[in-house]
Design a protein around this ligand. Structure first.
Ligand code: NAD
Length: 264
């Protein structure tokens, strides 16, 4: 018997890969495939949709009666229902949906008092290493280096800047004593000369780019760039499944991918 998994956003790009790779791993069984009732694929077998053959679980708005873990890669408007279900059923949650509001994040913290929650705007191992590195680099290079964050994604991405770009900015701010609420300058236009300490944030949307995040540290005479390129969504899926398994041995609490991966 595998870990009983509920996938929220089951008919989406990430949801389908989570179901496919979860089933292929042999370590999970699908207990529920939640998606909006209005989704054109609602009612279809989630396994067929994911390309791994019929699993007898149909995509729809109904939640199952129980599960071992929930993985949510959907939209912020679905987050409240997911958090409420996980908290009231004491089922651990891997929350991968980005673009969550401060209110959503507060609810996630509240849910983490009842059950175990992993929240990460990016589940890839390489990206989490980058999260840890960018603050250290900023502190090492100092105030003489201007910092610009450039993120690139596919044309279908709804939120901007990406949740991962915001996490990069938060980590840089934490390491350098900046306030992320005032340090960010989103794009530039017209006459807008750079102010000391600001962090430029730029979101590119084109074609089918899976995800590229770069942090530039520029001073007079040189630029240092730290960058991560995701070649496939499967890197996020691997991380999400790893987080789901890791949660099986955890009590209630709010955890990050750095906890899951043991990155200092
Ligand atoms: P997508 O648009 O392909 O899929 C989203 C799915 O959510 C759709 O099937 C949609 O119908 C469904 N949905 C909408 N309302 C719903 C509701 N009320 N209940 C349940 N499901 C609902 O998007 P995607 O590319 O799969 O990405 C999904 C989310 O995951 C986005 O927020 C994206 O930014 C995020 N993401 C996170 C990571 C990470 O590592 N944390 C990686 C990739 C994508």
């Amino acid at each position: 018997m595998g870990i009983k998994l509920v996938v929220v956003g089951a008919a989406g790009r990430m949801g389908r890969r989570i179901i496919a790779m979860g089933m292929e791993s042999g370590r999970f069984e699908l207990a529920g495939a939640v998606d909006a009732a209005s989704h054109p694929e609602a009612g279809k077998d989630a396994g067929v949709l994911a390309g791994v053959g019929a699993l007898g679980v149909h995509v729809g708005a109904d939640w199952p009666s129980g599960a071992d873990v929930v993985i949510d890669f959907s939209l912020p408007q679905a987050a409240d229902a997911t958090m409420a279900w996980c908290a009231s059923n004491t089922v651990p949650l891997v929350m991968g949906t980005t673009g969550l509001s401060d209110a959503h994040k507060a609810s996630l913290q509240a849910a983490a008092k009842k059950t175990a929650v992993v929240y990460a705007t990016n589940m890839s191992v390489g990206m989490n290493a980058l999260f840890a590195l960018v603050g250290k680099a900023a502190a090492m290079l100092g105030d003489a280096y201007d910092i610009e964050i450039i993120e690139q994604h596919h044309r279908f991405k709804k939120d901007a800047p990406s949740g991962s770009a915001i996490t990069l900015a938060e980590n840089i701010c934490e390491a350098t004593g900046r306030d992320v609420k005032t340090a960010l300058v989103h794009g530039r236009g017209g006459v807008s000369p750079r102010k000391p300490g600001e962090i430029g944030m730029h979101a590119v949307r084109a074609g089918d780019i899976t995800g590229i995040h770069s942090v530039m540290y520029g001073t007079l005479g040189e630029v240092v760039t730290l960058s991560h390129t995701a070649h496939s969504r499967d890197t996020f899926v691997q991380g999400a499944l790893r987080a789901a398994e890791w949660l099986m041995d955890r009590g209630s609490g709010f955890y990050s991918m750095r906890d899951v991966l043991g990155i200092e």
